[in-house]
Design a protein around this ligand. Structure first.
Ligand SMILES: [Zn+2]
Ligand SMILES: [Zn+2]
Length: 392
């Protein structure tokens, strides 16, 4: 494959221009933090206001997030939405999540504020009930069960149709996830109440950059969803491609996500984010279980031989007995919509846990993503073999 043109494109700086915090301004002018409110109702004397309760802000955010909508692209008079928006599972509860659950629970790596503060930004995976794990209010009950019936049964045939549905669910989930993060970050702008001015300035500048980045992210994932909607409605999957494998056993991990492939599993740089001259490839990744086996599906709409294919091929090229380890690395690096079997996590050495926890911070404000972490096969996390490989 020729190198992706984004790799040599000039980087854009996120955000039109940085915030310019000022200690005093005209009370009736728009506030320097660009919240859209007048200074008088925003940062005026914020240092004298009561300290905000970040837990309350977090709770407020969770209750806003509970209201959802159906992601079906074209509910018709023949097939209208049902009245209830359900908590749709991104990884099916029966078979998938329950296959790795212990006493009705799995572990999630999605941090909550309390843990972040308690552990000084180094939270451990925490328990979550399978009913709550991997859910998003993204489909009405009718469309959730109609659309995904072929991939919700006891057994699964790996092919274009089923791979497409797994990918579709992943791209339906990502706009919720990204929009949720954006809303949360917007809410966090209130968290500097009672802080001295320079801390307000620091926090607001940090959040401002983050919000700009998340807005670009929301825009991208909505665009992926549009492409998938078109194929869902037309039923033609011409430029949908996939690579799927079946393991000989159940891996202690399930997941569902979509992302821009940045590095392959050899650590080769595939495409550069943060440039706006070239369109970037996306890929979806679903990991779930059927009848005693874990199934992994990479799927994407786009070029047959672009970055998504290179990533999937680098996975196929890994020795079968080490594929599960590569998969674990890829998931920890790219998504927090990943769930773990509690006893497996507990069985890992402290240093292996630390390596994985560190991977969850890859590509965040904490640290940059590196090719080396994708390729680092020094740690064995899971032993399993492959019994089926299908691609299209
Ligand atoms: Zn303000
Ligand atoms: Zn619906």
């Amino acid at each position: 494959m020729a190198p992706h043109p984004s790799l040599t494109a000039p980087k854009i700086t996120i955000g039109p221009d940085p915030l310019k915090p000022v200690e005093q301004m005209d009370p009736y002018k728009l506030c320097w933090c660009r919240s859209g409110k007048k200074y008088k109702w925003c940062h005026f004397r914020r240092e004298k206001q009561n300290e905000s309760n970040v837990f309350e802000l977090e709770q407020q955010f969770f209750s806003e997030l509970r209201e959802g909508y159906c992601s079906h692209p074209a509910p018709s008079p023949d097939s209208p939405c049902s009245t209830t928006i359900i908590k749709a599972h991104t990884v099916q509860k029966k078979g998938g999540l329950s296959a790795i659950a212990e006493a009705g629970h799995v572990l999630t790596v999605k941090p909550i504020m309390k843990e972040m503060i308690k552990t000084e930004g180094n939270p451990q995976p925490r328990k979550i009930g399978v009913k709550k794990a991997s859910v998003f209010p993204g489909f009405c009950s009718k469309h959730d069960s109609d659309l995904f019936k072929p991939v919700e049964g006891k057994s699964l045939t790996l092919g274009t149709q089923t791979a497409f549905l797994f990918s579709y669910r992943a791209v339906a989930y990502e706009p919720f996830s990204k929009e949720g993060q954006r809303q949360f970050t917007l809410n966090m702008r209130e968290a500097d109440s009672g802080m001295p001015f320079w801390n307000q300035a620091k926090l607001q500048s940090f959040l401002y950059d983050m919000i700009n980045g998340l807005e670009l992210g929301v825009r991208d994932v909505k665009c992926w969803k549009d492409q998938f909607d078109e194929q869902l409605l037309s039923g033609s999957h011409d430029d949908f491609h996939f690579v799927a494998v079946r393991f000989d056993s159940i891996l202690p991990i399930v997941a569902c996500c979509a992302f821009h492939p940045e590095f392959d599993l050899n650590g080769a740089h595939l495409q550069q984010l943060g440039q706006d001259m070239f369109e970037l490839d996306h890929v979806t990744l679903t990991v779930t279980a059927f009848e005693g086996n874990t199934v992994v599906v990479f799927g994407w709409i786009g070029p047959q031989n672009g970055p998504a294919r290179t990533l999937a091929d680098s996975f196929l090229a890994i020795d079968d007995s080490r594929k599960a380890d590569a998969l674990v690395r890829l998931l920890f690096i790219h998504t927090d919509n990943v769930f773990l079997r509690p006893s497996w996590w507990a069985s890992l050495s402290e240093s292996s846990q630390e390596v994985l926890n560190d991977m969850t911070r890859s590509g965040t404000h904490v640290r940059e993503r590196t090719g080396a972490e994708f390729a680092d096969a020094s740690i064995k996390f899971i032993t399993a073999d492959i019994i089926e490989t299908v691609s299209g």
